[in-house]
Design a protein around this ligand. Structure first.
Ligand SMILES: C[S@@+](CC[C@H](N)C(=O)[O-])C[C@H]1O[C@@H](n2cnc3c(N)ncnc32)[C@H](O)[C@@H]1O
Length: 270
């Protein structure tokens, strides 16, 4: 089994994505989506940005490596009556089922960054984007003090070291790496731009309940929690995460969670 696929099929990312709907919708609105625009959402999960893009009138294909999330995305599109939004399985490192230059906008929000072989990922995104089109990525930033960078950092300290040659997904949050990858895919460096933006996770439940969702349903944290439990350190991991989530919780409502996280927005004019 492909370990990248196994990681994301292991849990149920829909239980995290429930906290991402508002910011996902707001982000799709910032992408200037117009009626009939052909959009690929890569590493789309259950459609956090794909469904809002389709609601704005785009013709959306969501591609994700996890079959459970593809099924969840198709079910959500059906339940929202969106015939212009469909999901299929695929690997961002090799989009063999997709034709050259077939999308006006290729977006990937915290998605393609998790695929192995980042140079192949950049090449594939450029290949399937129409000349004159655009790529938009949202990538977490290594060592950023906000939620997800810290969650992944803490999780990695409890997880066995990755295999030799593994390239950290967080390298997609470093501008020089992003430039190197898209330049290797044939894009001029001046066509790549960056901005730091905020994505807020909202849950009508406590920070501790949110941590429990991550240890129960989010592949990377599940793996860290499994490894920590084997070492008798499961409680340490949970208390470190609870401290992090409580510290970053900005909700004024007792028993609710609202946590902003900074990400690197990458825009590539193809
Ligand atoms: C953090 S989730 C983000 C999902 C979605 N974009 C969202 O914002 O809700 C990462 C997603 O990337 C997908 N993914 C990881 N590796 C992938 C790959 N090689 N090709 C396609 N999707 C991948 C996972 O299955 C998962 O759905």
């Amino acid at each position: 089994m492909n370990p990248n696929k196994a990681l994301w099929e292991k849990g149920d990312f829909t239980r995290i994505a429930e906290s991402m709907r508002e910011s996902g919708g707001a982000l799709a609105k910032r992408f200037g989506i117009t009626q009939g625009l052909k959009v690929l959402d890569l590493g789309c999960g259950d459609g956090t940005t794909a469904l809002p893009a389709a609601k704005l009138g785009a013709d959306v294909l969501g591609v994700d490596i996890a079959s459970n999330l593809v099924a969840a995305g198709n079910a959500r599109a059906r339940s929202h009556g969106l015939a212009n939004c469909r999901f299929q399985e695929g690997d961002a490192s090799n989009l063999q089922d997709l034709h050259d230059q077939s999308f006006d906008l290729v977006m990937s929000i915290f998605g393609a960054m998790f695929a192995p072989k980042p140079f192949d990922v950049a090449k594939e995104m450029v290949r399937v984007a129409r000349r004159g089109g655009r790529i938009e990525m949202g990538n977490w930033i290594p060592n950023d003090p906000t939620l997800i960078a810290q969650l992944l950092k803490i999780s990695s300290t409890y997880t066995p070291p990755p295999p030799e040659g593994f390239v950290s997904p967080m390298t997609w949050g470093v501008e020089s790496n992003v430039i190197e990858r898209f330049v290797a895919a044939g894009v001029a460096a001046e066509r790549i731009s960056f901005a730091r933006e905020t994505f807020t996770f909202n849950l009508a439940d406590s920070p501790s309940a949110f941590v429990e969702r991550f240890t129960t349903y989010y592949g990377p944290t599940m793996n860290a929690f499994d490894a920590a439990q084997k070492d008798g350190r499961g409680d340490d991991l949970v208390s470190e995460l609870e401290e992090l989530f409580n510290e970053h919780n900005a909700s004024a409502i007792k028993g609710a969670t609202s946590i902003p996280a900074t990400f690197l927005r990458v825009t590539v004019r193809v």
